[in-house]
Design a protein. Structure first.
Length: 63
């Protein structure tokens, strides 16, 4: 899954299969804002899991 743009924010997911952890880096207008960390099982996180994390973040920050 690549970067997701939403209302001036960019969300860039990355993950480690070995550690079974992932993160979505949040940028606004190209400036780093913060990191949303999450855990997953299997070979990679499901797109729905990443999207849910982004949706939750956007709802909490009124994006």
């Amino acid at each position: 899954m690549g970067a997701i743009d939403r209302n001036g924010y960019r969300f860039e997911p990355e993950y480690s299969v070995i550690s079974q952890v992932g993160a979505v880096h949040v940028y606004k207008s190209g400036t780093y804002v913060e990191e949303i960390k999450f855990q997953f099982q299997g070979e990679f996180p499901e797109s729905e899991q990443i999207q849910k994390n982004i949706d939750t973040y956007c709802n909490q920050h009124n994006i």
